[in-house]
Write a protein that binds this ligand. Sequence first.
Ligand SMILES: N[C@@H](CCC(=O)N[C@@H](CSC=O)C(=O)NCC(=O)O)C(=O)O
Length: 279
Amino acid sequence: MLELISEHACFGGSQRFYRHQSSAIGLPMRFSVFLPAQAASGKLPALFYLAGLTCNEETFMTKGGAQRVAARDGMILVAPDTSPRGAGIAGEAQDWDFGVGAGFYVDATEAPWQRHYRMYSYILELRALLVAQLPLDERRVGICGHSMGGHGALVLALRNPDLFRSVSAFAPIAAPSRCPWGTKAFSGYLGADESAWRAYDASALMAQASAPFPKGILIDQGLADKFLDDQLYPEAFEAACRHAGQGLELRRHPGYDHGYYFVATFIEDHLKFHSANLT
Ligand SMILES: N[C@@H](CCC(=O)N[C@@H](CSC=O)C(=O)NCC(=O)O)C(=O)O
Protein backbone atom coordinates (compact mmCIF):
# COMPACT_ATOMS: atom_id res chain seq x y z
CA MET A 1 0.00 0.00 0.00
CA LEU A 2 1.25 3.46 -0.88
CA GLU A 3 1.05 6.19 1.75
CA LEU A 4 1.00 9.69 0.30
CA ILE A 5 3.20 11.88 2.52
CA SER A 6 2.90 15.15 0.63
CA GLU A 7 1.66 16.53 -2.67
CA HIS A 8 2.56 19.80 -4.40
CA ALA A 9 1.14 21.38 -7.56
CA CYS A 10 3.98 21.61 -10.08
CA PHE A 11 3.89 22.76 -13.74
CA GLY A 12 0.20 21.88 -13.95
CA GLY A 13 0.86 18.39 -12.58
CA SER A 14 1.56 16.92 -9.17
CA GLN A 15 4.81 16.38 -7.28
CA ARG A 16 4.23 13.63 -4.74
CA PHE A 17 6.21 11.96 -1.97
CA TYR A 18 5.23 8.48 -0.87
CA ARG A 19 6.16 5.93 1.79
CA HIS A 20 5.48 2.19 1.59
CA GLN A 21 6.55 -1.06 3.21
CA SER A 22 9.04 -2.73 0.86
CA SER A 23 9.15 -6.51 0.78
CA ALA A 24 12.60 -6.51 -0.86
CA ILE A 25 14.08 -4.25 1.81
CA GLY A 26 11.96 -5.36 4.77
CA LEU A 27 11.59 -1.74 5.92
CA PRO A 28 9.54 1.33 5.01
CA MET A 29 10.95 3.11 1.95
CA ARG A 30 10.29 6.55 0.50
CA PHE A 31 10.15 7.63 -3.12
CA SER A 32 8.90 10.57 -5.13
CA VAL A 33 6.79 10.78 -8.27
CA PHE A 34 6.03 13.64 -10.64
CA LEU A 35 2.72 13.09 -12.41
CA PRO A 36 2.13 15.49 -15.32
CA ALA A 37 -1.40 16.73 -15.99
CA GLN A 38 -1.76 14.26 -18.88
CA ALA A 39 -1.75 11.41 -16.32
CA ALA A 40 -5.39 12.25 -15.58
CA SER A 41 -6.41 10.96 -19.01
CA GLY A 42 -4.39 7.78 -19.51
CA LYS A 43 -1.18 5.85 -19.12
CA LEU A 44 2.10 7.63 -19.79
CA PRO A 45 5.74 6.72 -20.34
CA ALA A 46 7.82 6.86 -17.17
CA LEU A 47 11.44 7.56 -16.32
CA PHE A 48 13.05 6.12 -13.20
CA TYR A 49 15.90 8.35 -11.97
CA LEU A 50 18.43 6.78 -9.59
CA ALA A 51 20.36 9.30 -7.52
CA GLY A 52 23.92 9.15 -6.26
CA LEU A 53 25.83 8.93 -3.00
CA THR A 54 24.41 10.98 -0.10
CA CYS A 55 21.15 11.66 -1.99
CA ASN A 56 17.59 10.67 -1.23
CA GLU A 57 14.20 10.61 -2.96
CA GLU A 58 13.99 14.39 -2.89
CA THR A 59 17.34 15.35 -4.45
CA PHE A 60 16.47 14.95 -8.11
CA MET A 61 13.03 16.52 -7.80
CA THR A 62 14.37 19.64 -6.09
CA LYS A 63 17.65 20.05 -8.01
CA GLY A 64 17.27 18.31 -11.38
CA GLY A 65 14.87 20.77 -12.99
CA ALA A 66 13.11 17.96 -14.87
CA GLN A 67 9.45 18.64 -14.12
CA ARG A 68 9.01 21.47 -16.65
CA VAL A 69 10.04 19.18 -19.50
CA ALA A 70 8.19 16.15 -18.14
CA ALA A 71 5.02 18.27 -17.86
CA ARG A 72 5.39 19.45 -21.45
CA ASP A 73 6.14 16.01 -22.88
CA GLY A 74 3.80 13.94 -20.71
CA MET A 75 6.35 11.81 -18.87
CA ILE A 76 6.07 10.45 -15.33
CA LEU A 77 9.22 10.80 -13.20
CA VAL A 78 10.06 8.40 -10.36
CA ALA A 79 12.92 8.94 -7.90
CA PRO A 80 13.58 6.24 -5.27
CA ASP A 81 15.71 6.67 -2.17
CA THR A 82 19.34 5.51 -2.43
CA SER A 83 19.46 2.99 0.44
CA PRO A 84 17.44 1.52 3.26
CA ARG A 85 17.02 3.82 6.26
CA GLY A 86 16.81 2.58 9.84
CA ALA A 87 18.19 -0.92 9.32
CA GLY A 88 19.85 -0.61 12.72
CA ILE A 89 23.27 -1.81 11.57
CA ALA A 90 26.10 -0.48 13.73
CA GLY A 91 28.03 2.22 11.88
CA GLU A 92 25.78 2.20 8.80
CA ALA A 93 25.69 6.02 8.64
CA GLN A 94 29.37 6.48 9.46
CA ASP A 95 30.70 6.72 5.86
CA TRP A 96 29.10 8.83 3.14
CA ASP A 97 30.12 6.32 0.44
CA PHE A 98 28.92 3.08 2.10
CA GLY A 99 25.78 2.19 4.03
CA VAL A 100 23.05 4.82 4.44
CA GLY A 101 22.69 6.87 1.24
CA ALA A 102 25.01 4.47 -0.56
CA GLY A 103 23.10 1.28 -1.33
CA PHE A 104 24.82 0.93 -4.73
CA TYR A 105 21.73 -0.73 -6.23
CA VAL A 106 23.01 -4.22 -5.35
CA ASP A 107 21.49 -7.08 -3.37
CA ALA A 108 23.99 -7.56 -0.56
CA THR A 109 25.04 -11.11 0.23
CA GLU A 110 27.38 -10.33 3.14
CA ALA A 111 26.43 -9.98 6.80
CA PRO A 112 25.21 -7.71 8.29
CA TRP A 113 23.98 -6.03 5.09
CA GLN A 114 22.21 -8.90 3.33
CA ARG A 115 18.92 -8.62 5.20
CA HIS A 116 17.96 -5.07 4.22
CA TYR A 117 20.48 -3.73 1.68
CA ARG A 118 18.73 -5.08 -1.42
CA MET A 119 18.38 -2.03 -3.62
CA TYR A 120 18.63 -3.97 -6.91
CA SER A 121 15.53 -6.00 -6.07
CA TYR A 122 13.91 -2.92 -4.56
CA ILE A 123 14.00 -0.97 -7.83
CA LEU A 124 12.32 -3.90 -9.60
CA GLU A 125 9.75 -4.13 -6.80
CA LEU A 126 9.02 -0.42 -7.05
CA ARG A 127 8.63 -0.59 -10.82
CA ALA A 128 6.07 -3.39 -10.50
CA LEU A 129 4.24 -1.60 -7.68
CA LEU A 130 3.95 1.67 -9.59
CA VAL A 131 2.86 0.00 -12.82
CA ALA A 132 0.05 -1.58 -10.79
CA GLN A 133 -0.96 1.52 -8.81
CA LEU A 134 -0.18 4.61 -10.91
CA PRO A 135 -0.78 5.42 -14.59
CA LEU A 136 2.60 4.18 -15.86
CA ASP A 137 2.57 2.48 -19.24
CA GLU A 138 4.31 -0.82 -18.50
CA ARG A 139 5.79 -1.02 -22.01
CA ARG A 140 7.27 2.48 -21.86
CA VAL A 141 9.53 2.65 -18.82
CA GLY A 142 13.08 4.01 -19.06
CA ILE A 143 15.82 4.48 -16.48
CA CYS A 144 18.44 7.14 -15.89
CA GLY A 145 20.78 7.97 -13.05
CA HIS A 146 23.66 10.04 -11.77
CA SER A 147 27.03 8.77 -10.50
CA MET A 148 26.21 5.81 -8.20
CA GLY A 149 22.72 6.06 -9.70
CA GLY A 150 24.17 6.07 -13.22
CA HIS A 151 25.86 2.79 -12.35
CA GLY A 152 22.54 1.51 -11.02
CA ALA A 153 20.62 2.61 -14.10
CA LEU A 154 23.05 0.95 -16.50
CA VAL A 155 23.12 -2.30 -14.51
CA LEU A 156 19.34 -2.50 -14.05
CA ALA A 157 18.77 -1.80 -17.74
CA LEU A 158 21.43 -4.21 -18.98
CA ARG A 159 20.05 -6.99 -16.81
CA ASN A 160 16.40 -6.17 -17.56
CA PRO A 161 16.15 -4.67 -21.05
CA ASP A 162 12.56 -5.90 -21.30
CA LEU A 163 11.59 -3.87 -18.20
CA PHE A 164 13.68 -0.75 -18.86
CA ARG A 165 13.51 -0.17 -22.60
CA SER A 166 15.66 2.95 -22.61
CA VAL A 167 18.71 3.94 -20.54
CA SER A 168 20.86 7.02 -20.01
CA ALA A 169 23.24 8.30 -17.34
CA PHE A 170 25.05 11.34 -15.98
CA ALA A 171 28.66 10.75 -14.92
CA PRO A 172 28.03 7.10 -14.05
CA ILE A 173 30.41 4.94 -12.02
CA ALA A 174 30.86 2.92 -15.18
CA ALA A 175 33.37 0.28 -14.02
CA PRO A 176 32.79 -0.06 -10.26
CA SER A 177 34.95 -3.18 -9.92
CA ARG A 178 38.03 -1.08 -10.52
CA CYS A 179 37.39 2.21 -8.65
CA PRO A 180 37.67 2.99 -4.90
CA TRP A 181 33.93 3.67 -4.38
CA GLY A 182 32.96 0.47 -6.16
CA THR A 183 35.54 -1.84 -4.62
CA LYS A 184 34.63 -0.59 -1.14
CA ALA A 185 30.92 -1.11 -1.76
CA PHE A 186 31.24 -4.45 -3.54
CA SER A 187 33.67 -5.86 -0.94
CA GLY A 188 31.31 -4.84 1.84
CA TYR A 189 28.02 -5.85 0.25
CA LEU A 190 29.10 -8.76 -1.98
CA GLY A 191 32.27 -10.10 -0.39
CA ALA A 192 35.82 -10.67 -1.56
CA ASP A 193 35.05 -12.95 -4.51
CA GLU A 194 35.29 -10.55 -7.43
CA SER A 195 33.46 -12.93 -9.78
CA ALA A 196 30.27 -11.96 -7.88
CA TRP A 197 30.90 -8.30 -8.70
CA ARG A 198 30.50 -8.75 -12.45
CA ALA A 199 26.70 -8.94 -12.19
CA TYR A 200 26.78 -5.32 -10.98
CA ASP A 201 29.49 -3.88 -13.21
CA ALA A 202 28.08 -2.12 -16.27
CA SER A 203 31.28 -2.42 -18.29
CA ALA A 204 31.62 -6.13 -17.53
CA LEU A 205 27.93 -6.72 -18.34
CA MET A 206 28.14 -4.75 -21.57
CA ALA A 207 31.24 -6.63 -22.71
CA GLN A 208 29.15 -9.81 -22.66
CA ALA A 209 25.92 -8.33 -24.03
CA SER A 210 24.65 -8.33 -27.57
CA ALA A 211 23.62 -4.71 -28.11
CA PRO A 212 20.36 -4.82 -26.09
CA PHE A 213 19.44 -1.18 -26.82
CA PRO A 214 19.00 -0.78 -30.59
CA LYS A 215 18.24 2.95 -30.23
CA GLY A 216 21.48 3.55 -28.34
CA ILE A 217 22.51 4.70 -24.87
CA LEU A 218 23.12 8.32 -23.84
CA ILE A 219 25.79 9.33 -21.30
CA ASP A 220 26.82 12.86 -20.34
CA GLN A 221 30.13 13.44 -18.57
CA GLY A 222 31.58 16.72 -17.31
CA LEU A 223 35.29 17.18 -17.93
CA ALA A 224 35.76 19.32 -14.80
CA ASP A 225 34.35 16.48 -12.68
CA LYS A 226 36.73 15.90 -9.77
CA PHE A 227 35.74 12.22 -9.68
CA LEU A 228 36.33 11.53 -13.37
CA ASP A 229 39.88 10.16 -13.26
CA ASP A 230 39.65 7.98 -10.15
CA GLN A 231 36.04 6.84 -9.87
CA LEU A 232 34.05 6.93 -13.10
CA TYR A 233 35.86 5.26 -16.06
CA PRO A 234 33.43 6.17 -18.87
CA GLU A 235 36.09 5.03 -21.34
CA ALA A 236 35.77 1.46 -20.02
CA PHE A 237 32.05 1.46 -20.75
CA GLU A 238 32.69 3.07 -24.13
CA ALA A 239 35.15 0.29 -25.02
CA ALA A 240 32.69 -2.38 -23.85
CA CYS A 241 29.93 -0.86 -26.02
CA ARG A 242 32.28 -0.83 -29.01
CA HIS A 243 33.12 -4.50 -28.36
CA ALA A 244 29.43 -5.41 -28.07
CA GLY A 245 28.32 -3.35 -31.06
CA GLN A 246 26.10 -1.27 -28.75
CA GLY A 247 25.44 2.28 -29.92
CA LEU A 248 26.53 4.84 -27.32
CA GLU A 249 26.51 8.61 -27.38
CA LEU A 250 29.06 9.64 -24.75
CA ARG A 251 29.11 13.42 -24.62
CA ARG A 252 32.07 15.02 -22.88
CA HIS A 253 31.39 18.57 -21.66
CA PRO A 254 34.30 20.90 -20.87
CA GLY A 255 33.82 22.96 -17.70
CA TYR A 256 31.05 20.90 -16.08
CA ASP A 257 31.62 19.29 -12.67
CA HIS A 258 29.89 16.38 -10.93
CA GLY A 259 27.01 18.26 -9.35
CA TYR A 260 23.38 19.03 -10.04
CA TYR A 261 24.11 22.20 -12.07
CA PHE A 262 25.54 19.75 -14.60
CA VAL A 263 22.54 17.39 -14.34
CA ALA A 264 20.06 20.27 -14.65
CA THR A 265 21.85 21.61 -17.72
CA PHE A 266 21.39 18.41 -19.74
CA ILE A 267 18.30 16.79 -18.20
CA GLU A 268 16.05 18.02 -21.02
CA ASP A 269 18.18 16.11 -23.54
CA HIS A 270 17.77 12.95 -21.46
CA LEU A 271 14.00 13.29 -21.23
CA LYS A 272 13.80 13.87 -24.99
CA PHE A 273 16.04 10.85 -25.57
CA HIS A 274 13.78 8.63 -23.46
CA SER A 275 10.59 10.06 -24.96
CA ALA A 276 11.86 9.27 -28.46
CA ASN A 277 13.08 5.79 -27.50
CA LEU A 278 9.88 4.86 -25.68
CA THR A 279 7.56 5.91 -28.47
N1 LIG B 1 30.20 14.26 0.40
C1 LIG B 1 30.99 14.02 -0.77
C2 LIG B 1 30.27 14.42 -2.01
C3 LIG B 1 29.05 13.61 -2.25
C4 LIG B 1 28.55 13.82 -3.66
O1 LIG B 1 29.15 14.52 -4.43
N2 LIG B 1 27.43 13.19 -3.99
C5 LIG B 1 26.95 13.32 -5.33
C6 LIG B 1 26.85 11.97 -5.94
S1 LIG B 1 28.47 11.24 -6.00
C7 LIG B 1 28.22 9.68 -6.59
O2 LIG B 1 27.30 9.00 -6.46
C8 LIG B 1 25.60 14.01 -5.31
O3 LIG B 1 24.79 13.83 -6.18
N3 LIG B 1 25.39 14.85 -4.30
C9 LIG B 1 24.18 15.58 -4.12
C10 LIG B 1 24.27 17.00 -4.55
O4 LIG B 1 23.31 17.72 -4.28
O5 LIG B 1 25.25 17.40 -5.20
C11 LIG B 1 32.31 14.74 -0.68
O6 LIG B 1 32.62 15.14 0.41
O7 LIG B 1 33.01 14.81 -1.70
